[in-house]
Design a protein around this ligand. Structure first.
Ligand code: NAP
Length: 319
């Protein structure tokens, strides 16, 4: 006998990498009776229907959300308040509003500001993604074997939470409930800071390349056009992949998770200076000890199956 889907109507607001992957996965696993979607541009809405991962597409977020028992915000974080303001009047009592954003404390505040009584706001964050954006970038298996963190409040309705967890488990994720502030500190070091470092190093290398080019041109030497790209296999390539991530999404992450990122940046700078000193004073033992410890960390990540499959498919990673 066919089982009843978990939700009658799921509305996804934002149809990029994450929204379109969730739509694909929900439909593949028949977890909703109907999957409705909204994106800002006509082009994305048309493309989403063409790709066939939605049952209906809507020109406004409120049309998509109307009658939905689950609404998931999948836009950049900076768009949340405007979207919530628009959908709040059409939300049915008992509906759940969740999201996939990379910071959680700011989302809990937005939900508290906008959601009417009787609507369950439960923030969520699938720790899965790639550096690609848009509806074409999504794929149904994105969340398989990846963690999804949910940050319920102490008074969150247990039945609504259980149903949301069942949805994420249904698309293959391993769900971990967590306090929102704790989430933001952990993700600041595991995700946000690595992105900041990648954005920095790629920008610095690009500046250096321009400078070298100018110096050589003034010496009338043969100008090597793209040395950074040419020699990128030497470790730099992985940074360029991360630094290719969506600028708007990451602008919003750093704006919304400012305090936790600044705290982790302070710790990082201390350690960087310690390594700088060890290099200056030729303290090879210190460097070797440090690198041995970090190699163990990498082994742990691999052993837990969280190392990603970039080299096999180029389609899997973590945000
Ligand atoms: P994306 O591929 O760039 O897609 C963003 C989507 O949001 C697009 O469909 C865009 O529509 C829509 N959108 C933007 N502003 C909107 C607005 N004001 N109203 C309605 N729709 C709007 O982004 P993504 O990578 O899926 O990221 C979405 C969210 O997931 C972010 O909050 C991010 O923090 C979180 N996240 C991302 C990753 C990752 O690795 N990328 C991983 C985990 C969580 P148009 O195409 O029409 O502009």
């Amino acid at each position: 006998m066919q089982q009843k889907p978990l939700y009658d109507r799921v509305a996804l607001i934002g149809l990029g990498l994450i929204g379109s992957s969730l739509a694909r996965a929900i439909r593949r696993k028949a977890l909703a009776g109907h999957v409705a979607g909204h994106a800002r541009s006509q082009q994305t809405r048309d493309q989403s229907m063409k790709l066939g991962f939605l049952d209906s597409v809507h020109a406004s977020p409120e049309e998509a959300a109307e009658g939905a028992d689950l609404i998931v915000l999948c836009t950049p974080l900076g768009a949340y308040d405007a979207v919530l303001e628009r959908i709040a009047p059409v939300l049915a009592p008992g509906a759940t509003v969740s999201d996939v954003g990379s910071c959680k404390a700011s989302v809990a505040e937005s939900f508290a500001r906008h959601l009417p009584a009787g609507v369950h706001g439960i923030p969520g964050h699938p720790v899965a993604g790639t550096e690609n954006s848009g509806p074409e970038a999504g794929f149904a298996t994105l969340f398989e074997q990846r963690y999804c963190i949910v940050t319920p409040a102490p008074d969150t309705d247990p039945a609504a939470l259980k149903r949301l967890i069942a949805l994420w488990e249904g698309v293959g994720a391993m769900v971990e409930p967590m306090d929102a502030q704790h989430h933001d500190r952990v993700l600041a070091i595991t995700s946000h800071l690595p992105h900041l470092i990648a954005y920095t190093i790629v920008g610095t290398a690009s500046d250096l390349e321009s400078q070298l080019k100018r110096e050589r041109a003034s010496e009338n030497a043969l100008v090597e056009t793209r040395e950074v790209i040419k020699y990128s296999a030497g470790g730099f390539r992985d940074f360029t992949r991360i630094a290719g991530s969506d600028p708007v999404m990451w602008r919003d992450v750093f704006t919304m998770n400012r305090d936790a990122v600044l705290e982790m940046l302070g710790r990082f700078q201390e350690d960087l200076v310690a390594l700088q000193r060890a290099i200056r004073w030729g303290e090879g033992d210190k460097l070797e000890d440090w690198f041995t410890r970090t190699r163990e960390v990498r082994r742990g990540v691999v052993e837990q199956g969280q190392a990603g499959r970039f080299y096999a498919t180029e389609k899997d990673g973590e945000d």
